[in-house]
Every structure is written in C-alpha cells, then in structure tokens.
Design a protein around this ligand. Structure first.
Ligand code: ATP
Ligand code: MG
Ligand code: FE
Length: 342
C-alpha cells in the first residue's frame, strides 16, 4: 500500500509518499520561517497563500522523485484539522481534487493523530496501549493511546502549550522566530540555576500543565536587566522540564497499565526534553520512544502514515464533501479545562 500524505495546518508545507511497510519513499517540506520571521509569529493569511503557491508543484516533485504517478497511489491523506483554517483548506482541497481526478480514496486526517501515531512509523515494535506526551506549538497533552482512533486524554494545559512557551520566551529574549530551537541553543551554554523561576502546578493533585506564569516570570527576569540571556534560557528550559516531568509522573500514576512512554510533537525534538523524559520512563519501568526529530516537527510522512494506520484498522475513507476543522480534539469526550485549548 502506498499513500500520498499532505500537511498544511500551520507553517510547514509538506508532501510525502509512505508505504505500509514503513518506507518513506519520497518527501518534501518547505518551511515558511522566513515569511513569518519579520512578524515574530505565524501570520495565517501569509501561511495560506504560501501553501497555495507551493503545495501543488511540491506534490509533482515528490511523485517524480519516486518515479511514479498519482495512478500508483492507493489513497490520498491530508490534514483536515486542527490548525489554521486557511492552510488546512488548501491542503484538504488539493487532496480532494487529486482523489477525484485519480478516483482514489480520500483520508481526512486529524493532525494530532498524525503526531500521535508517528512514533509507530519510526518504531515497528511500539504496541498499544502507550502513554503519549504530545508537546507541540498548539498542544500540551498527556494521552493514553489504546489503538488507532482510540485516545483518552489524561491531562492538558490550562493555558499555554509548551512549544508556545518556548516561542514566547524566545520572543522576550529577542532570539527570533521560530523560538524553540533558539532557546535550546542558548540554554545549552547558560546556567540553569542562575535565575529563580516558578514551577506552575508543581505537585498539584490534578495532572494538568500550566506554562503562562513561567513565561511571565521570564519577562520579569529579562526586564530586570540582571541576567544573561543564556542563563534565562537555561533556567526557563529547566523549569519547563521540571514541570513536564512532575505533571507527567502524576498523569502516569492515574493512567492504568501502558507499555511505553512516547513523546511526539515539535518540542519532542528538544534534546534536553528527550533526555529528561527518558529518565522518567526508566524510573517508571516503561520503554521510552521518541521519533527522530524530523518526524516530531510538522511533516507529511506522519499524515500519510496515519492514513495507512486508519485503513489497516478498518476505518472507511472520507467523503469528498468533508469539511476542514479548525478545532478537532483527539479525545472528543475530554472536557475543556478552564477554557484551555482542546
Ligand atoms: P500543533 O501540532 O499543536 O498544531 P504545530 O504544528 O505548530 O502545533 P509542531 O510543528 O508540532 O507544532 O511544533 C512546533 C513547536 O515546537 C514550536 O512551538 C517550536 O518552538 C517547538 N520546537 C521545535 N523545536 C524545538 C526545540 N528544539 N526545543 C523546544 N521547542 C521546539
Ligand atoms: Mg513550524
Ligand atoms: Fe504539529
């Protein structure tokens, strides 16, 4: 089985061809970092236009690189949400057009399901159920993954996502956009104990996450003019990791038996975060699985793979009139937590 995957939910335009035996036959990713950098964050309108310009030629290049045509694909999978609606619509409409033109099944994939199942693309031995820490630009959630399409949310952030906290910290410190990798680089040369910063919700009974107070403390530390940038970055990263570990440990305690602790999403590409979570998994007697960094940040291989997993699990393809969804929780039963993102 060979599936074409399309991703356009935020600021990466991506296309990939993936087979059921876990081979990424060809893929391409165009980052829009340079388009958004002058604005210090993703501008939805600019993102949608950039996806519209780049996606179709990119799909042509990926097919050419693989030496195949649309006729050789068994299905077209595209992110249908959650994300910036303009970008999601560009990808989904393109997938619909290809599905219609080639008479192929359409798979409308939840972007978060792409992140959630991406570790299984990288690791064939990863079996259900597993604990998934999804840490990205828009989400910070602990889920129990019981199978394809079966996700139970255990915890979520009550304010900012972890990637958002990295991005805001980078902005405060003047490190540019995108922020996560820049904060990590500066943190590597700073003193993590130099700046006293709060650990929001540390030790609280509910397993939820909170990072807004940490970001505000970073702003105060920066404005005081008393600390080096690298020290603030290192102290921020350490505080964030301390919270992540404490909250995840609490969540795991109430989750029931799982086989592994899995981390996915853009922040999972952070080396210090991975090392810390690996330690937590060892402490809990769990296998630790983290996909390669390129599969953690947004990509189309994970969308194609989620499509393959859905077909193999017996889910039927989606109708051509399916709508893009700006919000789309992985666990529809999960209640919003104090107005937090789903
Ligand atoms: P979502 O998946 O929730 O819709 P998104 O698609 O924007 O959001 P991803 O592409 O999965 O998110 O991740 C991007 C986020 O990951 C950004 O917030 C970015 O700062 C963060 N990130 C990327 N690399 C690193 C890193 N090395 N250290 C910390 N954070 C990082
Ligand atoms: Mg991005
Ligand atoms: Fe993402």
């Amino acid at each position: 089985m060979l599936v074409l995957g399309i991703e356009s939910s935020c600021d990466e335009t991506a296309a990939a061809l993936v087979t059921a035996d876990r081979t990424i036959v060809a893929q391409a990713i165009a980052s829009q970092d340079a388009d958004h950098a002058p604005f210090g964050g993703v501008v939805p309108e600019i993102a949608a236009r950039a996806h519209a310009e780049r996606l179709t030629p990119m799909i042509g290049r990926v097919l050419a690189e693989a030496g195949i045509t649309l006729a050789d694909c068994d299905a077209i999978a595209a992110t249908a949400g959650p994300g910036l609606i303009g970008g999601v619509m560009v990808g989904l409409v393109t997938a619909k057009a290809l599905a219609m033109a080639g008479d192929k099944p359409l798979l409308a994939v939840n972007h978060l399901e792409g992140h959630a199942l991406s570790p299984r693309l990288a690791d064939p031995a990863l079996a259900f159920p597993y604990a998934l820490l999804l840490v990205s630009g828009g989400h910070c959630q602990l889920l129990r993954v019981d199978g394809v399409g079966h996700y139970a949310r255990i915890a979520t952030t009550i304010d900012d996502a972890l990637g958002e906290a990295f991005d805001k910290t980078a902005k405060i410190l003047g490190l540019g956009f995108p922020g996560g990798p820049a904060v990590e680089r500066h943190a590597a040369i700073g003193d993590a104990h130099a700046v006293p910063l709060p650990r929001p919700l540390f030790g609280s009974a509910e397993p939820h996450f909170s990072f807004a107070g940490l970001k505000s403390a970073v702003l105060r530390a920066h404005d005081s003019g008393r600390h080096a940038t690298a020290d603030i970055a290192a102290s921020f990263q350490q505080a964030a990791i301390d919270c992540l570990l404490d909250r995840t440990r609490r969540g795991l305690a109430g989750m029931g038996a799982v086989r592994a602790l899995v981390v996915a999403g853009g922040v999972a590409s952070n080396r210090a975060v991975r090392v810390a979570l690996e330690g937590l998994a060892a402490e809990q007697g769990l296998r630790f699985v983290a996909p390669p960094a390129a599969l953690c940040t947004d990509n189309a291989a994970m969308i194609a793979w989620a499509g393959i997993e859905r077909l193999q699990a017996g889910f039927t393809p989606d109708p051509l009139d399916i709508s893009a969804r700006p919000r789309w929780p992985l666990d529809p039963a999960a209640e919003p937590v104090r107005g937090a993102g789903v």
